[in-house]
Design a protein around this ligand. Structure first.
Ligand code: ATP
Ligand code: PH2
Length: 297
């Protein structure tokens, strides 16, 4: 697992250079009929620490798959401008959740320039930028409400997380676990350039700062930060994960009034995937209405 401060390190990278394919991009009619060779260099910013330890391909980005995507786009429908082709490649690469940024250099060495030349290139850099939903909970310490407000400030200060908006705070009856004090819960919405794993590591770091220890499952805690959803359900930005260390969307979110009620309060149009279906959070609320979730005065 990555350390909390890794978001501030200079990023790990995967580079892929000299991917070539024949395509039909260009403004001139002859370019659209005759075609020419295009080349692409890529630099992907990816956290490689987990793959470096695990030796597991699932923990990194498969550069062969990326190369195949690049060739598909180069050979795909004609576009007038190589700027558009480069941007399309960047967007396709960024659909991989582990890619935090990508730089694409698109070469068109046989462009009809009219004078002797070696190459023409465009370069675009794009960062990952997806919505995230984070649930906050606390039921230990002098002032759990203050804990949640301070935790939200820490979220706002995290490199790679922006536009953090905290919901109202709710007092909630404990769900599951041993007998324990009532909780204070809230939900934070934000946008991130961080890969989900790095965001989870950062959340664990904040929990740790607030004195969180993991002992009893569903037991009392000074601060709990859960990642509920990454990306927009049903769209290419949605991240689905069945890795037990990071399940996305959070598998119990749809059953939890202490998540759904604060979430709906801060985003009445929120939607959550439950199995194969994407449901408005508003439609899930009636099933959790008896769980004891009260606005905090
Ligand atoms: N979406 C997720 N958000 C946070 N942790 C997750 C997620 N999916 C899996 N986990 C894993 O769950 C483990 C236990 O997390 P935690 O102690 O916060 O669970 P909990 O809050 O007691 O229970 P619950 O997961 O039901 O909320 C963590 O080590 C983490 O790796
Ligand atoms: N009311 C409430 N109950 C819980 C909570 C929580 O945040 N609020 N968190 C749990 C494990 O994450 C288990 N039960």
């Amino acid at each position: 697992m990555t350390d909390t401060h890794s978001a501030r390190r200079s990023p790990d990278r995967i580079t892929l250079t000299g991917v070539t394919a024949y395509g039909y991009h260009g403004v001139l009619a002859s370019e659209k009929t005759d075609g020419q060779e295009f080349g692409v260099d890529l630099c992907l910013e990816v956290d490689l620490s987990r793959a470096g330890e695990s030796d597991n391909l699932a923990h990194t980005v498969n550069y062969a798959e990326v190369a195949a995507d690049v060739v598909t786009i180069l050979q795909g429908p004609s576009q007038d401008l190589i700027e558009g082709v480069a941007a399309q490649i960047a967007d396709a690469v960024l659909t991989r959740p582990l890619v935090e940024a990508v730089e694409v250099t698109l070469h068109k060495p046989h462009a009809p320039v009219g004078v002797p030349f070696t190459d023409v290139t465009v370069q675009v850099r794009r960062e990952r930028d997806v919505p995230v939903v984070i649930a906050l909970g606390a039921n230990l310490g002098d002032d759990p409400a203050d804990t949640l407000n301070r935790a939200a400030e820490r979220l706002s200060g995290l490199p790679g997380l922006r536009d953090v908006v905290l919901s109202a705070l709710f007092e909630t009856d404990p769900v599951g676990g041993p007998e324990q004090p009532v909780y204070t819960n809230a939900v934070a919405l934000a946008r991130t350039s961080l890969a989900p794993w790095r965001l989870l590591a950062a959340l664990h770091g904040i929990e740790h700062e607030f004195g969180r220890t993991r002992e009893i499952r569903w037991g009392a805690r000074s601060l709990d930060l859960d990642l509920i959803q990454v990306g927009v359900p049903g769209e290419t930005s949605e991240v689905l994960s069945d890795d037990p260390e990071l399940l996305l969307p959070h598998p119990r979110a749809h059953q939890r009034g202490f998540v759904l009620t604060p979430w709906h309060s801060v985003d009445p149009s929120a939607a959550l995937r439950v199995g194969d279906a994407v449901s408005p959070v508003a439609d899930l609320l009636p099933d959790v209405a008896d769980q004891g979730v009260r606005p905090r005065g």
